[in-house]
Write a protein that binds this ligand. Structure first.
Ligand SMILES: CC(C)(COP(=O)(O)OP(=O)(O)OC[C@H]1O[C@@H](n2cnc3c(N)ncnc32)[C@H](O)[C@@H]1OP(=O)(O)O)[C@@H](O)C(=O)NCCC(=O)NCCS
Length: 168
């Protein structure tokens, strides 16, 4: 990401952007939480768990391989909680949600230089094409990964303990 983009990030702007983004029809924000007593780092209310990961999903944006594709717009797991199966659970939950919308196929757009992109290959996605993304005057390459049938994700789903759904 260009430095100008990273330096311009602010909590308030991000919150406003996400709130308006998630208000659009068919979108969901899935979160993974750990109990308060196990939480480390940022403070949270005792009555709530601490969010350690999230996935945002909904109908595919832009030109997708098929107009009926679903898309995972973003998925993140806090560094300390990576490698414990949380990313898989979020992706499986997103696939289940999109299937409920009648979307069996799912894409995710990943910066081609993202070192984490192998995660999607590990979970059965295939790179289908590259696109250009312009941010602050800088053109970045994105790889579009696709599951033509997310059955492979939905069937392996065991149910994410401690995860819940927020959003439309
Ligand atoms: C990518 C990310 C969401 C994965 O979440 P995670 O909780 O660490 O992943 P999991 O523990 O559920 O891993 C599921 C499987 O993927 C594999 N995997 C995870 N990260 C991987 C990677 N970088 N390369 C290859 N395989 C990977 C795991 O080994 C595991 O395989 P297994 O079930 O056969 O053992 C997380 O690492 C992350 O948030 N990264 C930084 C943010 C980011 O780049 N997000 C993507 C933006 S598009």
């Amino acid at each position: 990401m260009p430095d100008s983009v990273l330096n311009g990030l602010s909590y308030e702007r991000s919150q406003a952007k996400w709130e308006s983004f998630m208000e659009q029809s068919g979108r969901v924000l899935l979160v993974a939480e750990v109990p308060y007593d196990e939480a480390e780092g940022a403070p949270c209310r005792r009555s709530e768990g601490r969010v350690v990961g999230f996935a945002a999903a909904g109908p595919a944006m832009g030109t997708a391989p098929s107009a009926r594709d679903g898309e995972v717009y973003a998925i993140y797991v806090l560094k300390r909680y990576q490698g414990q199966g949380i990313g898989r659970m979020l992706l499986e939950a997103a696939a289940g949600y999109l299937y409920g919308l009648g979307r069996e196929a799912m894409i995710v757009r990943v910066l081609s230089e993202n070192p984490y992109r192998a995660f999607y290959e590990r979970l059965g996605a295939t790179p289908v094409r590259t696109e250009e993304l312009e941010i602050a005057g800088v053109v970045l390459a994105e790889t579009v990964y696709r599951w033509a049938d997310t059955g492979v994700l939905r069937r392996s789903r065991t149910g994410p303990p401690g995860s819940s759904r927020r959003g439309a």
